[in-house]
Every structure is written in structure tokens, then in C-alpha cells.
Design a protein around this ligand. Structure first.
Ligand SMILES: [Fe+2]
Length: 265
């Protein structure tokens, strides 16, 4: 057998065994599927560079801050797990790390949602289910926008998040203090806007309103629409095919539209 062919066979066999091992690790001893545990890794949002209204320097600084949240989340989880294993769960260090975890974890997740819902200039398409849901909840798209931007003008550092409540079909703009305070339990974030000073001061100084308008002009509505469609589909799946679709305030149905059904396929 030629040496090169032999090496090729060994390589294929090694990869096959590795994949088999991975597959094994995704099931517990009873054969049930288990989600593998892995560290968080910073995502690459460099595609946003060059976006009008956001200097590259501001974006690069912002990416660095986000990467810090990812690093600190992994570090905190490791330290907390070490303290659990060593039985030090009544220590001051354990308590303080637990308090800090919500800050770092939400700082990581909110930045990922924020960068992911940026980078497009297309307006919200009235053909999307998210557009109808906004109108049904707020009376008109403009009224919702007014509330979203007004929430973003509030004093303090934090976030504005358009949340979807699967239990009621309601949409609401929530003010989030820092990263972790005021999130509505059980709700899905659809649109996320950072209003910490690092998100705009380099380009806009104290003019936060001008920044929020620039943000609004670059929302990736396809991403927001997909988040809404996915959340509604999850409601329908859990309720079963015969259950009623959630109703929006004002009587509008939040049933999946033709578009959202197509996006699922
Ligand atoms: Fe930020």
C-alpha cells in the first residue's frame, strides 16, 4: 500500500472517530440529547465598519468593549464553578461574582443583539409581520418610533429594547439600566439600541438624539423581522397546531404571515 494512501486512510479514520465521539457527547447515559457546553466566543461584527454616521474608531472601540464582556463572562463562570467545587458558596467572593455575572453576561448578549440589528438602510417593510405587530400594539409605526426614541433619550446609561411577550402577544419598549436591570422576564428581545455614552460620544458628544436617529436609519429590519417570526413560531409550536394564535392589543392577530411562513421553510 503506498505510504500516501495509508496516511490518507489514517486521517479519514481519525476524523471519523472524532466525529463519533462528538456525537456521543451530545447524548446522556439514557440516550437523551444534551446541548454541549462551550465557552462563549466573541463574534465578528467588522462588516459594520464604514457605516454612515458611525466612525470606524467608535465602532472599533465598541467591538473591544464587547470582547471584554465575552472574556469576563467566561472568566466569571469559571471562577464561580471553581468556588462551587471547592465548597466556598458562602464566601463573599462567591456572592460578588454572582452579582457581577448578570452585568457581564447581559453586556455580552445585548451587544451581540445590537450589532446584529445594525447595518442596513432599508425601512421596516409593511409586508413583514413585525410591522403589523407594531401597528397593532402602538396604533401606528410612527407612534411606536416616537416612544422608542423617547425611551432612548432618558437620562442615564443603558439600553432600549423592543420586547415581545409570548404570553400576550404584546410589544413594549423597555428601558434597561446598565445591562441587567429592568428586563421583562420571559420576553424576547426584538430590537436593541445601546445608549451608553461609549456608543455615541466619540462621534456625537452629548447629542444622544442625533445618535439615536443615526441608529434608527441603519436598523437591519430583516433581522428584527426574523426575530419576531421566530418568537411567534415558538409560541405556536408550544401551543400546538390547534391552539389560537396570540392576539395583539387592539384585536390584531399575530398569526404568522405568508412571509414569515416562507422564511421558516
Ligand atoms: Fe455598548
Amino acid at each position: 500500500m503506498p505510504k500516501r494512501f495509508y496516511l490518507f486512510c489514517v486521517l479519514v479514520l481519525t476524523i471519523g472517530l472524532s466525529l463519533a465521539g462528538c456525537e456521543q457527547s451530545m447524548h446522556d447515559s439514557a440516550g437523551r440529547r444534551v446541548q454541549p457546553v462551550k465557552d462563549y466566543r466573541a463574534k465578528d461584527f467588522s462588516r459594520l465598519k464604514g457605516m454612515e454616521g458611525f466612525s470606524d474608531m467608535l465602532l472599533e472601540n465598541h467591538f473591544s468593549l464587547y470582547q471584554g464582556y465575552v472574556k469576563n463572562t467566561n472568566m466569571l463562570l469559571d471562577k464561580v464553578n471553581s468556588l462551587i467545587k471547592s465548597g466556598e458558596v458562602d464566601s463573599v467572593e462567591y456572592s460578588e461574582l454572582k452579582r457581577r455575572l448578570g452585568f457581564e453576561f447581559n453586556g455580552m448578549k445585548l451587544h451581540e443583539l445590537y450589532f446584529s440589528n445594525l447595518g442596513n438602510r432599508q425601512p421596516c417593510d409593511p409586508g413583514e409581520a413585525i410591522y403589523d405587530a407594531i401597528v397593532n400594539n402602538f396604533g401606528s409605526f410612527e407612534l411606536w418610533k416616537k416612544d422608542f426614541l423617547a425611551t432612548g433619550s432618558m437620562r442615564g446609561i443603558g439600553w432600549v429594547v423592543l420586547y415581545f411577550d409570548p404570553a400576550s402577544g404584546r410589544l413594549a419598549n423597555f428601558w434597561i439600566n446598565e445591562h441587567e436591570i429592568n428586563h421583562p422576564a420571559g420576553c424576547q428581545p426584538l430590537l436593541v439600541m445601546d445608549v451608553w455614552e461609549h456608543a455615541y460620544m466619540l462621534d456625537y458628544q452629548l447629542d444622544r438624539r442625533k445618535y439615536t436617529e443615526a441608529f434608527f436609519n441603519h436598523i437591519d429590519w430583516k433581522e428584527v423581522a426574523a426575530r419576531y417570526d421566530q418568537a411567534v413560531a415558538a409560541v405556536e409550536t408550544s401551543a400546538g397546531s390547534t391552539a389560537e394564535a396570540p392576539q395583539a392589543p387592539g384585536g390584531g392577530s399575530l398569526e404568522m404571515t405568508e412571509h414569515s411562513q416562507q422564511s421558516e421553510q
